[in-house]
Write a protein that binds this ligand. Structure first.
Ligand SMILES: Nc1ncnc2c1ncn2[C@@H]1O[C@H](COP(=O)(O)OP(=O)(O)OP(=O)(O)O)[C@@H](O)[C@H]1O
Length: 230
């Protein structure tokens, strides 16, 4: 298992055009499997983008191993990988193998190391026969897998998944859930698929940019369902 970084949020606030989206979050994220749940617009994706320094909070701090993402966004991006909801936003290069190699190239890894990592992932995840195929011709499930592997290949210590099951059929949901379950990293998963996170170590419920429940998934899910009834 990869070591887990210490992720801390201190009074994190954010707004878009004056509309508050995160309203003073204080969190220490150290468990191996953490779920973030909540209704549409509750601020989950905004929080996800803050964890890896893609977005810096208007006020407050996000710290990774004590270093603020405001001061060192590159270190945050190296430690924390983000898998976007839509794989089309993550697939950049024309072919499958080029897409996998893109991130490691940006990290300036040696060519032989990049080739070894690409070969290993293609074989391990059953994409070897697709290596020279145009990425845009992959099926939806394969695109999702490729977008995950393009993060995995950089070996971040934490992987944040933003709605990993969106647009997947039943078979591909099961496949992606299996891939996620076998990853050695810390996972922070934003999802509306509550079955996916029942055995996680911790769940956090957001509503209107505020934390409303935090604890074992069963309890937090029950609270979420209660909220729906009121
Ligand atoms: N770049 C942006 N510019 C303006 N408003 C934004 C931007 N990104 C998000 N918002 C707004 O911020 C609020 C929170 O959005 P966010 O995507 O973080 O919520 P979410 O909980 O992930 O929702 P969903 O479950 O629908 O993905 C929403 O009202 C959204 O419209």
């Amino acid at each position: 298992m990869t070591d887990v970084p210490v992720i801390e949020l201190r009074d994190v606030r954010h707004d878009f055009d004056g509309v508050p989206v995160l309203c003073g979050l204080n969190l220490r994220l150290a468990e191996r499997r953490i779920a973030i749940i909540g209704d549409n617009g509750s601020g989950k994706s905004t929080l996800a983008r803050m964890l890896n320094g893609l977005l810096v909070p208007r006020a407050g701090e996000v710290k990774i191993d004590g270093a603020s993402t405001r001061d060192d966004p590159a270190a945050a991006r190296a430690a924390i990988g983000l898998v976007f909801q839509n794989p089309e936003h993550q697939i950049i290069m024309p072919t499958v193998e080029e897409d996998l190699a893109f991130g490691p190239r940006n990290l300036n890894l040696p060519r032989a190391e990049i080739a070894a990592r690409v070969d290993d992932l293609l074989v391990r995840y059953g994409l070897a026969d697709k290596r020279t195929q145009p990425a845009h011709l992959l099926s939806g499930g394969e695109k999702k897998l490729l977008s995950i592997l393009s993060v995995v290949i950089m070996r971040p210590r934490t992987i944040v998944f933003d709605e990993p099951m969106t647009s997947l059929d039943r078979r591909n949901r099961a496949r992606i859930a299996r891939v996620m379950a076998e990853l050695p990293q810390q996972l922070i998963t934003i999802t509306h698929d509550l079955d996916l996170i029942v055995d996680y170590d911790r769940a956090i419920l957001l509503a209107g940019g505020e934390l409303v429940a935090d604890g074992p998934p069963q309890e937090v899910i029950a609270r979420y369902e209660q909220q729906d009834e009121t």
